[in-house]
Design a protein around this ligand. Structure first.
Ligand SMILES: C[S@@+](CC[C@H](N)C(=O)[O-])C[C@H]1O[C@@H](n2cnc3c(N)ncnc32)[C@H](O)[C@@H]1O
Length: 281
């Protein structure tokens, strides 16, 4: 059995020295989370914070009263906060060892011949909001997911294989489970920021050489060509947000953010985000 905790920790160890390379991506993500804005007495929670290479923690601490960092990988959170000189900061809280799916061990034990039943799909869709949220002191004013959904879905690949007949159903259940978790953690009147990698230069080799102006037009092309990381195409995210009634009923305003590029080692990723303001009570 391929242990997803070990695999994710290895990815984080391999990317922890990429601080410089993350600069432009970090500026984008941090601005979306309020960095550089007027200081407010708010609490920010970031899911999938990992090494925090994509978070300007001092700037976020200047904008919010508290910053909570959540990840499966405890060491990555400690390392990331220490690198930015905020390891012992009273307003930074680290929640390591948290599995955002609540199902990681079950998923890791699956194989291509596992029967994935309705109860499994229901657990993937419901446990994050019902069980994982309890481990965090929400609700928060701002809740963000930073390029973690692709990893949650990616954790199911090695176990199940993408030719499993319920693979798509598993992807959909993981996706809605994650979006419902964000919604559960955000306070009425608060903001949900969902950031995801969409495609990499592995399957779109000309991504690095395109102009900035080409990037927005890429999304429909990627959808037509079915060239995107499983489960994270923006159309699918927006449609999942709209079709989940309890979730869509809470959204007061939606801002779709044009895509940008993020370089990680030799790979370039196309990244996209949506910012959702929730209705006040
Ligand atoms: C691509 S990284 C995000 C980038 C990260 N913010 C950084 O700057 O290093 C994805 C993160 O998701 C975390 N992750 C993967 N599966 C997870 C799970 N089931 N629960 C919680 N975190 C998970 C990994 O440990 C990793 O830190």
């Amino acid at each position: 059995m391929d242990d997803p905790r070990t695999r994710q920790a290895a990815f984080n160890t391999a990317s922890c020295d990429q601080w410089e390379g993350f600069a432009a991506h970090r500026a984008r993500v941090s601005a979306l989370l309020g960095a550089g804005g007027v200081p407010r007495p708010t609490r920010l929670c970031v899911l999938g914070a990992g090494n925090a290479n994509d978070l300007d923690l001092p700037a976020l601490l200047a904008a919010h009263r508290e910053v909570h960092l959540v990840d499966l990988d405890r060491e990555a959170l400690a390392r990331g906060a220490a690198r930015q000189g905020v390891g012992g900061h009273a307003s930074v809280r680290r929640f390591g060892g948290i599995d955002l799916t609540g199902m990681l061990d079950a998923i890791a034990a699956w194989s291509p011949s596992t029967t994935v039943g309705a109860a499994d799909l229901q657990a993937l869709a419901e446990w994050p909001a019902r069980r994982v949220a309890q481990a965090l002191p929400g609700p928060y004013d701002v809740v963000a997911s930073t390029c973690v959904l692709s990893q949650l879905i990616g954790n199911a690949f090695p176990a199940l294989g993408n030719s499993h007949r319920r693979f798509l159903a598993v992807v959909e259940a993981l996706r809605i489970g994650h979006l419902r978790l964000l919604a559960r953690l955000v306070a009425p009147g608060g903001t949900m920021v969902f950031v995801t990698d969409v495609v990499s230069s592995d399957t779109l080799p000309d991504l690095a050489s395109l102009t900035e102006g080409d990037l927005p037009g890429l999304l429909p092309r990627l959808a037509r060509e079915r060239n995107f990381i499983a489960g994270v195409h923006p159309e699918a995210i927006l449609s999942a947000l709209e079709s989940d009634r309890p979730l869509s009923a809470r959204i007061a305003r939606r801002e779709v953010v044009p895509p940008w590029r993020w370089r990680l080692h030799a790979r370039v990723y196309l990244v996209w985000a949506v910012r959702l303001e929730m209705a006040a009570l």
